[in-house]
Write a protein that binds this ligand. Structure first.
Ligand code: IPE
Ligand code: IPE
Ligand code: MG
Length: 249
C-alpha cells in the first residue's frame, strides 16, 4: 500500500520569496564522481535548470536568477568554455517553446564581450520572443561579475555627471540600483548555492545585501525539486529583520 503521506501533494509555505537567485555549482565534481569529463556535468545541469524553472513557474515565483558563467570563469580551459557556449546556444534554441508555453520571460545580465555572435544571436531571439510573457522572469547571469557590474554602473553615473544630467549630490542608493544590470528587478530574497561552498563568488554583490542564504551539499546536477522545496520551507522560517528588531511574541 502506498504511504498516504506520499500521495499528498507538497503544500508550499504561505511566505514565498519573490526573487530566488541560484549559484549553480558542482557540475565538475558531479562528473568527476562518476569518472566522466567535466562537460558531462554541465550537460546534466541543464535538466536541473529545466526542473527548477518549471517549479518556480508552478509556484508563481516572480523571478529566478541563475548564475551561468562568471567573469572569472574565462580562466578555464578553452575546450570547457567552448562547450559551455555550445550548451548555452542549444538551451536557447531547444527550451524556447517550453519557455513560451510556461509564460517565462527571459533576460540576461553580464557583459556581452567574449560571447560568440551566434550564441548572442540565439539569446537575443529568446529574449525578444519571450518579452511579452508575464509569468516567472528568468534572468541568466552570463559573463557576469558583481564587481564589473559596479564598474559599469559607476561609468554610467560618471558620464551623466559629466554631461550635467546628474547632480552628484542627488546620487543615492536608488540611482545606483537603477544603474546596475538589474535595474527594475527586485533584489533576491533567497540565494541558493549548490555543492557546499560558503562563498558568493562575485555574484550580485549589491543586490544580495539582505538575501537569505541557503547552501546544500548536493551538486547542481543532483539538485531536485524537493531540494528547492526544502529551501523554500527553510526560507519561510527565517525572520528577516533588515537591521531592525524582532517583532517579538
Ligand atoms: C558550475 O559548476 C558551473 C559553472 C561554473 C559554469 P563547476 O564547473 O564550477 O563545477 P565544480 O565547482 O568544478 O565542481
Ligand atoms: C560560481 O562558481 C560561478 C557559477 C556558478 C557560474 P565557481 O565554480 O566559478 O566558483 P568558485 O571558483 O568555486 O568560487
Ligand atoms: Mg565550481
Amino acid at each position: 500500500m502506498p504511504d498516504p503521506l506520499e500521495t499528498i501533494p507538497w503544500q508550499p509555505p504561505s511566505v514565498l520569496p519573490r526573487h530566488i537567485a541560484v549559484i549553480m555549482d558542482g557540475n565538475g565534481r558531479w562528473a568527476q564522481k562518476q569518472d566522466r569529463p567535466r562537460i558531462e556535468g554541465h550537460r546534466h545541469g541543464v535538466a536541473s535548470v529545466r526542473r527548477t524553472v518549471e517549479e518556480c513557474v508552478r509556484l508563481n515565483i516572480a523571478q529566478l536568477t541563475l548564475y551561468c558563467l562568471s567573469s572569472e570563469n574565462w580562466k578555464r580551459p578553452q575546450l570547457e568554455l567552448d562547450f559551455l557556449m555550445h550548451l548555452l546556444e542549444q538551451y536557447m534554441i531547444e527550451e524556447r517553446s517550453l519557455l513560451m508555453q510556461q509564460g517565462v520571460r527571459v533576460s540576461v545580465i553580464g557583459r556581452r564581450d567574449g560571447i560568440p555572435d551566434s550564441v548572442m544571436g540565439e539569446i537575443e531571439t529568446t529574449i525578444e520572443m519571450t518579452s511579452r510573457n508575464d509569468r516567472t522572469r528568468l534572468c541568466l547571469a552570463i559573463n557576469y561579475g558583481g564587481r564589473s557590474e559596479l564598474v559599469d554602473a559607476v561609468r554610467t553615473i560618471a558620464r551623466q555627471v559629466r554631461d550635467n544630467r546628474l547632480d552628484p549630490d542627488s546620487i543615492d542608493e536608488q540611482v545606483i540600483a537603477q544603474s546596475l544590470y538589474t535595474a527594475n528587478m527586485p533584489d533576491p530574497d533567497l540565494l541558493i548555492r549548490t555543492a557546499g561552498e560558503m562563498r558568493i563568488s562575485n555574484f550580485l554583490l549589491w543586490q544580495i545585501s539582505y538575501a537569505e542564504l541557503w547552501v546544500t551539499e548536493k551538486t547542481w546536477p543532483e539538485f531536485e525539486v524537493s531540494d528547492l522545496q526544502a529551501a523554500l520551507v527553510e526560507y519561510a522560517k527565517r525572520e528577516r529583520r533588515f537591521g531592525g528588531l524582532s517583532e517579538g511574541p
